[in-house]
Design a protein. Structure first.
Lengths: 573, 217
């Protein structure tokens, strides 16, 4: 028999990027919040600049949950399963993946909220790719702007504003939506190499700017400035300069006395009161013991794959196909960002990129979203070009030799690598990805996690729109590198849509309950005291990382919940 | 509830693992706590490091392979000086334990293949003959490898690179020869704007992450 605990006002499942933000407005409103987190606390002492551990071994010292339930993948329902990847880099710890993420902290562009209506208006409805289930968001960027602002200031984001109240500033992203004020901190500094790339971008007539980062460019809220030491990529910060929720919103929420953080709490189901079809609480396992945590409201924030899996596993009489799934929408409209298909360049001089961080760089947004005319291309959307300073020795030694050596070992190879290890640069090209009818998540019929529950199964493949867009963006990136003096270029493959760090959809947000799991506030259309947080509610990807948007949405859901708590907690189904 | 959670905190601090923790792989981080330098200092300039997980015969074959993958040559030291095999040997008792059977089968198959096609054990072949064997193994045409010879080649290459370029804490990259080979100036915890300039001359500090005692090993 599980041990029944005292009822909480709100239980948050997962204290990562999204759950860790939502805790703060709830606790500040005086609600009793319990945060159930599968991982443990980690501190800066745990964040050694250790490439082998961080980048190759999946963080052996932390709780390993994600790595034991890695989703399986197949490109489509009639294909065999793809080989299972060995490591999935999402973190299990208080703060979740914000502990060791790159911390690029983007707002979406206005177009991303209105892909269907804007494409139709500008190019005609026929330009929406066949089979895509994309919808406009239930609101435009103006609705989210106050929450972007709130999160940028609460956690601390560095950046250069490009549009304050409609005034365009070329030092920032001229394509961004209007913001009420600039960033709380100036941008991270450039490196010699990223400054050179920025200059090359300007000679092309493009608009380079330093990207936004949830990393301190100055001392902020009593946390250190960034040290640029080079181990930020899949590494936690040794001076707490990264604005992880573990050092920002979570401790602030704890300081109110209203947030109880329970670590090593592995949630296994969300439970339902069969009488009124409302969520009654969650079940979890800690060190082999089972608990039931009753709650008036449950917020699910365990990252896209686990959000979907927990809903599908939580079957009850009112929800026989899984919680909030009576319309069969849980797992649908899934897509993962096309982050692959990069470009690697070789320069005839050292770039001096041994230090820095992936968020220290230069962006080009001229080819993103609908920032350029799509009349003569055969796709919609676009990509953000990102060049940054990040290199560590094992990866450097594993570099491509651009076809310039006969073998990838031996003396000739060794000579090439010793000369060129610091002469390459690989760009990060994030590209619009759309949801499609036949890309979805469900439960794997065979593969199980160590507790015996089926893992999530991804059925998804890139389509024509993603392929054409990738080739277009890669050519733009090649042009940029060549302008800066690159002497050799390699195009990376788009690859398959296996498990990813930018997983969207599966519990999409929208007004129509026939095609969406949660409403415009992030609350379930079917079980009204259940909310879902994270990129699983997002219906479009844009051309940039999801986290700030997921955090702004999480704040908005939490604030709505706090303001309407009695109504939501006691509403009849 | 409060009482209960603090009891669990106590259990956690006492290192008692339950169902959730027990499913984690037994990463033997502790095994790797002794740095390469310590071992080297303890045994002096011995011919080889003490072997922990490979057999002596396996270790000889692997040393010979690593010495061809990243050779000692006119451009300086290679995998041998970096003690890449020492790294692999130790890791096979910890983080790479799941590869132990592959090494046993693969090294045996490689040596058999050398004997049957070149008439002598791999370690006894000339460098050119060894390269010929490795080319066959890499291309997947060498026979007798349970999981395919190309897969085995990639595994050994990956681990030889790790052992040559990893933090010396893990038993490879001895005396920082790997980092010097590619010009990595060492682990720093603070980097100045000047050190990120193009053309900056950043001297190698020969420091491992764990030379900074701010980090838990
Ligand atoms: C290496 C890397 C770099 C990245 N860089 C960027 C970047 O630069 N910019 C950006 O925007 N995004 C980046 N991302 C993506 C970003 O990390 C995610 O978008 C974000 O963390 C997702 O937020 P989340 O709250 O949904 O999930 P997480 O932050 O992963 O948090 C989920 C939490 O839930 C917990 N949990 C899971 N299951 C359970 C359960 N059953 N019971 C209890 N707790 C559970 C987990 O332990 C975890 O703490 C990066 C990701 C990685 C891996």
């Amino acid at each position: 028999m599980p041990i029944r605990l005292k009822e909480a006002d709100v239980v948050i499942v997962g204290l990562g990027a999204a759950g860790g933000v939502a805790a703060l407005p709830l606790a500040q409103a005086g609600l009793d919040v319990v945060g159930l987190e599968a991982g443990t606390w980690l501190t800066k002492r745990d964040f050694a600049p250790d490439e082998l551990r961080n980048n190759f071994r999946g963080w052996p010292q932390s709780v390993q949950k994600t790595n034991h339930e890695i989703p399986t993948h197949r490109p489509d329902a009639s294909s065999p399963m793809s080989p299972r990847v060995a490591i999935h880099p999402m973190m299990n710890a208080v703060g979740g993946t914000t502990l060791h993420y790159w911390a690029q902290s983007w707002r979406l562009n206005p177009w991303d909220f209105k892909v269907v209506s804007e494409t139709t208006r500008r190019y005609g409805a026929a330009r929406i790719p066949k089979g895509s289930t994309v919808e406009d968001w239930p609101f435009g960027i103006e609705e989210l702007e106050p929450y972007y602002d709130k999160v940028e200031y609460e956690i601390g984001v560095s950046g250069a504003a490009g549009n304050v109240g409609g005034n365009i500033d070329r030092r920032g992203n001229i394509f961004e939506g209007a913001r009420r004020r600039g960033y709380p901190m100036p941008p991270l500094r450039g490196s010699g190499f990223t400054d050179l790339m920025a200059a090359a971008g300007r000679t092309l007539g493009w608009h380079p700017f330093p990207g936004p980062a949830a990393i301190n460019s100055q001392r902020y809220q009593n946390r250190s400035v960034c040290m640029y030491h080079g181990y930020c990529n899949r590494g936690g910060c040794h001076v707490d300069a990264k604005s992880s929720t573990a050092v920002t919103t979570i401790p602030k929420a704890q300081a109110t006395g209203r947030l109880k953080v329970v670590t090593r709490a592995h949630v296994t189901s969300l439970d339902v009161n069969e009488g009124n079809a409302r969520v009654s609480g969650v079940s979890y396992v800690t060190d082999g013991a089972e608990y039931f945590q009753p709650a008036k409201v449950v917020l699910l924030a365990s990252y896209t794959y686990e959000n979907v899996r927990l809903l599908l596993l939580s079957k009850s009489r009112p929800f026989p196909r899984g919680l909030s799934n009576n319309h069969g929408q849980v797992g649908r409209h899934y897509f993962s960002h096309a982050q692959t298909a990069g470009i690697t360049a070789l320069f005839p001089w050292n770039t001096n990129s041994w230090y820095g961080l992936p968020a220290q760089g230069v962006a080009i947004d001229d080819w993103a979203d609908d920032n350029f005319d799509h009349a003569s291309v055969e796709f919609i959307g676009g990509g953000n070009l990102w060049v940054y300073s990040d290199r560590r020795p094992i990866v450097a030694a594993g570099m491509t030799t651009f076809g310039k050596t006969t073998k990838s070992w031996g003396s000739e190879w060794k000579a090439f690598v010793s000369q060129n290890a610091d002469r390459t640069n690989t760009s990060y090209l994030q590209k619009t990805t759309l949801p499609y009818e036949d890309n979805y998540l469900d439960l794997d019929p065979e593969v199980r996690d160590p507790l015996g529950f089926p893992v999530c199964r991804i059925t998804a493949d890139y389509k024509d729109n993603e392929r054409k867009l990738a080739a277009f963006i890669q050519n733009k990136m090649e042009q940029w590198y060549r302008t800066a003096g690159a002497v050799a270029i390699e195009h990376g493959p788009l690859g398959s849509m296996g498990p990813t760090t930018h997983a969207y959809g599966g519990t999409r947000m929208g007004d129509n309950p026939e095609t969406n799991v949660v409403d415009r506030w992030g609350l379930s259309h079917e079980a009204s005291n259940l909310g879902v947080l994270g990129a699983s509610v997002m219906g479009t990807s844009g051309a940039r990382n999801p986290t700030l948007t997921a955090q702004a949405l999480a704040w908005r859901t939490a604030e709505h919940l706090a303001r309407n708590f009695d109504a939501i907690a006691n509403r009849r189904a | 509830m409060t009482v209960f959670i603090s009891r669990r905190e106590l259990l956690k601090r006492a290192g008692l693992a339950g169902a959730v923790a027990a499913v984690a792989p037994a990463f033997a981080a502790g095994d790797e706590a002794a740095g390469a330098q310590t071992t080297a200092a303890a045994v002096g300039p011995a011919a080889r490091d003490p072997i922990a997980n490979l057999t002596a015969a396996e270790s000889d074959i692997l040393e010979a392979i690593a010495a061809r993958l990243i050779p000692t040559d006119a451009n300086g030291p290679g995998a041998s000086e970096a003690r890449a095999v020492h790294y692999i040997d130790r890791a096979l008792g910890g983080a790479l334990a799941s590869s132990r059977p592959t090494y046993q089968a693969g090294l045996n198959a490689l040596d058999q293949y050398a004997r049957s096609t070149r008439g002598r054990p791999f370690a006894a072949l000339s460098a050119a003959e060894q390269d010929g064997v490795l080319i066959d193994v890499e291309s997947g045409t060498a026979t007798g490898f349970p999981g395919g010879s190309a897969e085995f080649f990639n595994l050994v290459r990956t681990h030889t690179i790790q052992g040559t370029f990893c933090d010396p804490f893990y038993g490879g990259n001895a005396n920082f020869v790997g980092w010097d080979m590619i010009g990595y100036p060492g682990v720093r915890t603070i980097v100045t704007p000047d050190e990120q300039r193009l053309g900056a001359d950043v001297p190698s500090n020969h420091k491992s992450a764990y030379d900074y005692d701010m980090f838990t090993k």
